[in-house]
Design a protein around this ligand. Structure first.
Ligand code: HEC
Ligand code: HEC
Ligand code: HEC
Ligand code: HEC
Ligand code: HEC
Ligand code: HEC
Length: 350
């Protein structure tokens, strides 16, 4: 039946609904909340009009442990009002949901994030409120937050980020309900540290910042992702270091939301020449770093005009490496020849 679903979605969808309605206990045909009744099946998928396979499976276990576990499906998929559904609209991350935020007692939404972004470098509008050129290149929430929940094949990742069972045991001393402990402990601890590794962050940003055309369109000068990868920072990130600084450690002022990132020439930016000193000399990184140290090229550009020192230094090492390896290989090759053909000679034997 699942194969069928893929080939002829609407026909078989009808069949599925009928089949499910016939199941004993499925009395609440109009129970719209019961989304997982169908969506818990890993094979639920279809081929889109553009030929792409689209998975409709939602992993219940991961969903229940995710930050959004208390939000009802319809809280985000607001246009799903009947079964079979009409084609769904993309979810709007700024939807106001039914959850009340306890300190303001208002219905919750992520509009504060939008406000930060609108004032920062990834905004679609400029300082005067006019649309920026090529503003379709600017990241939307979902460009950076590609939650694995929406990529259901990630169901193999059974991680509980930030949860130390030992520490949770301490809450049990006074609080009895497991749910309560888990929810609050998880709520707080997952937000106290990074949920992505430096490599994951660099990949998310590199999607755009390594796109040659995009970089050119916006008058940027470097391929930020690959130039990061060329440095010690990036190489350590590649080896899965968790402590090496990633894009956010340098581009976000300490204590601010990661969504408040600015261009280098903006005085609010951590990478503005006046502020750069403060990036490096944190206690954990280079406590004795001077302002001069912070001018070290963390995004090296191999351009003879713009950064001659880096250029010639790199060229020197290329020549040195090539100049040593190449003769060595020639010698090895000649030696091998002699060993294989000990009597070979260029002279004609008489
Ligand atoms: C009776 C089974 C069933 C129930 C209950 C159900 N769905 Fe679905 N849903 C499906 C099937 C089957 C598809 C694939 C539809 C298709 O291929 O046309 C689907 C597709 C979707 C899609 C993608 C639609 C698109 O056009 O991309 C979303 C989003 C969705 N469902 C959300 C929900 C939500 C939210 C609920 C609960 C309010 C829910 N579903 C309840 C069976 C169900
Ligand atoms: C916090 C908001 C949120 C909640 C809660 C949520 N979803 Fe989604 N869901 C999304 C987003 C975002 C996508 C990615 C597609 C998009 O942008 O619309 C998605 C994608 C899907 C898809 C795949 C459709 C597609 O177009 O690829 C299905 C099916 C789905 N959700 C069903 C559910 C079900 C069932 C629940 C409840 C268990 C649920 N969702 C809860 C936000 C949410
Ligand atoms: C969907 C594409 C996209 C993604 C993803 C993206 N950016 Fe950008 N970014 C841009 C565009 C486009 C600009 C140019 C803004 C402009 O023209 O005003 C930009 C500008 C910037 C700038 C300012 C450069 C300057 O000095 O003017 C920084 C810093 C930056 N991004 C960092 C990041 C980081 C860090 C990430 C990852 C968390 C990231 N970006 C993810 C598209 C993206
Ligand atoms: C340029 C990439 C980018 C864009 C665009 C973006 N975010 Fe984020 N956001 C991040 C990163 C990176 C984090 C840090 C989370 C982590 O460590 O995984 C984050 C964190 C968050 C958090 C957790 C609180 C915090 O600040 O750490 C929320 C909530 C959030 N984003 C919502 C949104 C919403 C809603 C939008 C769209 C209006 C959005 N984000 C757009 C990159 C982005
Ligand atoms: C020594 C006993 C004790 C321990 C240990 C303890 N709590 Fe509490 N907790 C309380 C008491 C008593 C209250 C109610 C009084 C108050 O609000 O200050 C409370 C209140 C709370 C509240 C607020 C509930 C509300 O609705 O206002 C949360 C959340 C909470 N605890 C979470 C935790 C977590 C998570 C842990 C483990 C990291 C923990 N507590 C460990 C005694 C404790
Ligand atoms: C160690 C700190 C550090 C790290 C890590 C870092 N940057 Fe930078 N970034 C800087 C500084 C300082 C500048 C300004 C000087 C320069 O251009 O080299 C800058 C400049 C930029 C620019 C503007 C370049 C232009 O074309 O004008 C962008 C975009 C950018 N970084 C994105 C990123 C992204 C994406 C990452 C992660 C892959 C990242 N940065 C990692 C410190 C850092």
């Amino acid at each position: 039946m699942l194969l069928n679903l893929i080939k002829r979605p609407h026909w078989s969808f009808g069949a599925l609904v009928i089949a499910l309605c016939l199941l004993p206990g499925w009395g609440l045909a109009a129970d719209m909340g019961n989304c997982l009744l169908c969506h818990k099946y890993p094979g639920l998928s279809r081929i889109d009009n553009d030929g792409k396979m689209k998975l409709m499976f939602v992993n219940e276990e991961i969903f229940n442990k995710s930050v959004h576990s208390k939000v009802k499906c319809e809280g985000c998929h607001t246009d799903i009002t009947k079964i079979p559904h009409e084609p769904a609209k993309p979810v709007d991350c700024l939807t106001v949901c039914h959850i009340i935020e306890p300190t303001s007692e208002q219905k919750f939404s992520h509009k504060s994030v939008k406000k930060f972004i609108d004032e920062a470098v990834h905004s679609k509008i400029d300082g005067e409120g006019k649309p920026k050129k090529f503003n379709e290149d600017m990241p939307n929430c979902k460009d950076c937050h590609d939650n694995p929940l929406f990529r259901p094949l990630a169901f193999v990742k059974k991680v509980r980020p930030g949860v130390a069972e030992d520490a949770m045991g301490r809450c049990r001393v006074c609080h009895e309900k497991e749910d309560f402990i888990f929810r609050f402990y998880n709520h707080i601890t997952t937000r106290l540290h990074k949920s992505r590794s430096p490599l994951n962050i660099a990949e998310a940003c590199g999607k755009c910042h390594d796109d040659k055309e995009m970089v050119k369109r916006h008058g940027l000068t470097i391929m930020a992702g690959s130039s990061y990868a060329d440095t010690f920072h990036g190489k350590a990130a590649n080896l899965l270091s968790e402590t090496i600084p990633d894009c956010l450690d340098c581009h976000v002022v300490k204590g601010k939301s990661v969504h408040q990132m600015y261009g280098n020439d903006d005085p609010r930016s951590s990478t503005h020449p006046e502020n750069r000193g403060a990036i490096c000399n944190s206690v954990d990184c280079h406590p004795k770093a001077s302002v001069k140290f912070a001018n070290y090229q963390v995004h090296p550009v191999y351009d003879r005009e713009k950064s001659p020192v880096v250029y010639w230094f790199t060229t020197f090492f290329y020549v040195l490496t090539g100049g040593t390896l190449l003769p060595l290989m020639i010698i090895l090759f000649l030696d091998l020849l002699r060993r294989l053909f000990p009597n070979a000679t260029f002279k004609r034997r008489k």
